[in-house]
Design a protein around this ligand. Structure first.
Ligand code: SAM
Length: 195
């Protein structure tokens, strides 16, 4: 991954495009902000850190779980080949879809559904970015990660989680590394928290 290109795009991307009118004035703050439905757009510095950890390549096929506002999706779309993004709240997905289209991205595929199950139809994925927290790593997501792939996922209880980098070696061995502590909304669904 070209970190300079990532940073250049990250700092050029107007975060207010991903916020509703009443929240736009807070766009420059390095904090999570409400996007409605009890959900948040993530803290920008954490989006950048997590993207660096994921290290997408221009040829990567990326699965993103938790589209939310679409802000992280845009950064992944800029830095990878294709992005498959899953969001459980249809209204958020619709807004994100419009925003990504207005930015002229044509390499993003959207699905409304339970991302704790991944998106089997297009697996395996070179990279998996999960932007909601599960109590344990869903096996389905590990199974859908390609050999040599990387996954970034917050794991732990609702109030505080470990940000984990999971890598799958070329022979299928799984290595898990804890990067730091984070606080994300819950990953709901079959392999997440109960709805
Ligand atoms: N990355 C997003 C952004 O830049 O705006 C922020 C994502 S927000 C912290 C987490 C999102 O995960 C919410 O929009 C929430 O609805 C979604 N989510 C939670 N559980 C999910 C599931 N099982 N499948 C898909 N999306 C889910």
């Amino acid at each position: 991954m070209n970190e300079q290109e990532l940073e250049a795009y990250f700092y050029s991307l107007d975060r207010s495009l991903f916020l509703d009118n009443d929240m736009k004035k807070y766009a420059a703050l390095d904090t999570p902000l409400s996007i409605g439905f009890g959900q948040t757009i993530s803290q920008p510095s954490l989006v950048l850190e997590m993207t660096k950890l994921l290290a997408p390549e221009k040829v990567s096929k990326v699965l993103e779980i938790g589209t939310g506002s679409g802000f992280q999706t845009a950064i992944l779309a800029k830095m990878s080949g294709k992005v498959f993004t899953v969001e459980r709240i249809a209204e958020l997905m619709e807004k994100a879809k419009e925003r990504l289209a207005s930015l002229n991205f044509s390499n993003v595929y959207f699905k409304v559904g339970d991302g704790s199950q991944g998106w089997q139809e297009h697996a395996p994925y070179d990279r998996i970015m999960v932007t909601a927290a599960a109590s344990v790593v869903p096996d389905e997501l590990v199974n859908q990660l390609a050999l040599g792939g990387r996954m970034v996922i917050p794991i732990g209880p609702s109030n505080l989680q470990k940000l984990q980098l999971i890598t799958k070696s070329d022979n299928g061995d799984i290595l898990t590394k804890t990067i730091g502590m984070v606080r994300f909304v819950e990953l709901k669904g079959q392999y997440g928290w109960t709805e």
